[in-house]
Design a binder for this molecule. Structure first.
Ligand code: B16
Ligand code: MG
Length: 233
């Protein structure tokens, strides 16, 4: 029987809700450009890299710029975003995240971060959970964004665990696909319809426990397909 040796967590949408700060900063840029950028549009940016996010916004506004200009815009957005996250603290941890991560550490499971964000280190520091992580793989360490599996494969190898012994917790479709392409089990976190490709689903980490975590490899292939394990096991 396989056993789970590492848990790999996405950051935004799983441990903390930074999407609201990304939205405020992108909205400020969109307003400057005269682009109508809504909260609904913001859903499309979840889990997506900074430059790709900008390209989606420009596509919404039917605008195009040369790459130096886009670099400057992304830089400007990031400056505003960093001003917003500057004020973050422990109270912004999503419900159940710290408790579950603590339980995994107590059980000797490797805990790894696998995020697209280049600001992941500062956020983990601000919310005071950095010390639980054996490895942090963020946007500064990978070349290929999710759905490419690079971030998760690097996460597994950096703690010396085989992909088949890892479980990924993700809130975005691209992240679920990246986990599967890495050969890992994927637990979708959130209510979103886009999580239907995950092997299991919970609405938040408050629905996870060490007991449930250890049961994940015991499910038959046919029993998975995005089942909600929040109240099932
Ligand atoms: P940054 P995740 C992602 O974080 C966010 O979901 C996404 O909206 C953002 O564009 C991306 O990080 C890059 O963030 O601008 O801070 O480098 O979900 O992969 O933890
Ligand atoms: Mg995410």
């Amino acid at each position: 029987m396989e056993s789970i040796k590492a848990a790999i967590f996405d950051l935004d949408g799983v441990i903390v809700d930074t999407a609201k700060y990304h939205y405020l900063a992108w909205k400020r840029l969109a307003d400057e450009l005269g682009i109508d950028f809504t909260l609904e549009d913001n859903e499309r940016l979840k889990g997506v890299s900074r430059m790709k996010s900008l390209e989606i916004i420009l596509e919404i506004g039917k605008q195009s710029f040369k790459s130096e200009d886009k670099e400057a815009m992304a830089e400007k957005k990031n400056k505003w975003y960093r001003e917003y996250i500057e004020k973050m603290d422990e109270s912004e941890l999503l419900k159940g995240a710290k408790k579950f991560i603590e339980a995994l550490k107590g059980a000797d499971t490797k805990v790894v971060l696998g995020s697209a964000s280049k600001n992941a280190m500062s956020i983990l520091n601000k919310i005071e959970i950095i010390h639980y992580f054996d490895e942090v793989i963020d946007g500064t360490r990978v070349k290929n964004a999710k759905p490419d599996p690079e971030v998760f494969l690097l996460g597994a190898s950096s703690v010396g665990v085989k992909p088949e012994n890892c479980v990924v917790f993700e809130d975005a479709e691209a992240g679920i696909e990246a986990a599967h392409r890495a050969g890992m089990l994927a637990v979708g976190v959130g209510e979103s319809e886009t999580l239907k490709n995950s092997d299991f689903r919970v609405s938040g980490l408050d629905e996870m426990s060490l007991e449930k975590f250890n049961l994940l490899f015991k499910f038959k292939e046919s029993d998975k397909k995005g089942i909600n394990i929040g109240n099932k096991i």
